[in-house]
Design a protein around this ligand. Structure first.
Ligand code: SF4
Ligand code: SF4
Length: 91
């Protein structure tokens, strides 16, 4: 008889980030950078929620991209509901 499969409680955790992404500067991985149209941006903060590297800062009034940590994944541009972020190729 086949051995029963372990439950999820018996499987060791995997792919867990033990440190925040901001412990590592990932900006030099980037081949594209996010450029935001500030007129079109509604400050909804969806990009801030989705950025996997904590590279989008909110100061209570506006957002900025911290290029030391932005790896250019484009998730912010993909998730922005008003499509005001474009990914531009680095020089
Ligand atoms: S998701 Fe788009 S509209 Fe919302 S804050 Fe970010 S850039 Fe602005
Ligand atoms: S491209 Fe956008 S989502 Fe990706 S790391 Fe940079 S700021 Fe964050």
């Amino acid at each position: 008889m086949a051995k029963p499969k372990p439950s999820y409680k018996e499987i060791p955790p995997a792919a867990v980030a033990w440190k925040p992404a901001t412990d590592y500067k990932t900006g030099d991985w980037r081949s594209k950078r996010p450029i935001r149209d500030t007129e079109k941006c509604t400050r909804c903060l969806i990009c801030w929620i989705f950025c996997p590297d904590g590279a989008i800062k909110w100061d209570g009034k506006d957002i900025t991209f911290n290029l030391d940590y932005c790896k250019g994944c484009g998730i912010c541009a993909h998730e922005c509901p008003v499509e005001c972020i474009k990914m531009e190729t680095e020089e």
